[in-house]
Write a protein that binds this ligand. Structure first.
Ligand code: MN
Ligand code: MN
Length: 285
């Protein structure tokens, strides 16, 4: 583990912390614009502007045990990065703690799915894209294949997605995709967050949910600093509500695809705030 910057308020040590933050700086399989390797530290930097108190449910970050263990070892090889993420996630989960990974591009979450397999966990993706391709640009461990690999590592019943709005023909005609527990951005806007989350969770039927938050689920107007921006997105309130609704069932989370070179600063602050919201949703009464 490396790195000097720490997430704001992560002042506890490992043994007394319930929440463990770590970074996965990686962008080797990116298909459009790169820079996600700078994500973890930019989120840490942005976190310094936030209050260490979330007034909505009086979460006090000075009192909660939060530890930032730095970044996993740097590599440009997807196999190795996924292995690093798998090991970090497995260690944190097996110590009875809650991992929060800062990406990095979305392929790093494949490592989390490998760890979740050992803990009977499931994954809920929040993403504009299904990431259901068998491979992208010749790489099977791609940001475009995260859901596909996660389903192989877990099962179709243990994976769900909310917020999709950009689906390739290959993905659309995949027989597994027809049975996939997913809803679109339009579904959320039409039916409301509460109903969509209820539908997803009923089908997912798991009390151990890992949230994988690809920041491109949010409209580029709110979150321009992502690698593959997609118009017609959700707004940050939708995401906060989803986090609140599933909070009690969460066992871990990641926030991926922040692309600092393309950010005006707002996406990083939003990402930092989502870290707080995730912790806050677990600690609220
Ligand atoms: Mn994704
Ligand atoms: Mn995406």
């Amino acid at each position: 583990m490396t790195g000097l910057l720490k997430f704001s308020g992560s002042s506890s040590d490992y043994s007394s912390s319930k929440f463990v933050i770590f970074g996965a700086p990686f962008d080797s399989t990116t298909s459009f614009r790169s820079g996600q390797r700078f994500g973890p530290n930019r989120i840490r930097e942005a976190s310094s502007t936030l209050e260490r108190f979330v007034y909505t449910n009086q979460t006090n970050f000075k009192e909660i045990g939060v530890y930032d263990m730095g970044d996993v070892e740097l590599t440009v090889n997807p196999d190795k990065m996924i292995e690093h993420v798998y090991e970090a996630t497995r260690k944190i989960l097996s110590d009875g703690k809650f991992p929060i990974m800062l990406g990095g591009e979305h392929s790093v979450s494949i490592g989390a799915s490998l760890a979740l397999r050992e803990f009977d966990g499931s994954i809920l993706f929040l993403d504009a894209h299904p990431d259901f391709r068998d491979s992208l640009l010749g790489e099977r461990l791609s940001h475009g294949s995260v859901a596909k690999r996660s389903i192989e590592n877990l099962s179709l019943e243990k994976v769900a997605a909310i917020g999709l709005r950009s689906i390739s023909m290959e993905e659309f005609h995949d027989p597994a995709f027809k049975r996939y527990n997913m809803s679109t951005t339009d579904d959320v806007r039409r039916e409301g967050v509460e109903k969509i989350v209820e539908k997803s969770l009923t089908k997912l039927n798991s009390d151990k949910i890992y949230l994988s938050l690809d920041l491109d689920i949010i409209d580029p107007a709110f979150a321009p600093g992502v690698a593959t921006p997609e118009p017609f997105g959700l707004d940050p309130f939708h995401i906060r509500e989803i986090i609140k609704l599933i909070g009690k069932k969460l066992v871990g989370a990641d926030i991926v695809e922040l692309d600092p070179p393309y950010d005006n600063g707002n996406t990083a602050i939003l990402a930092a705030r989502f870290v707080q919201e995730i912790i806050s949703s677990k600690t609220s009464h």
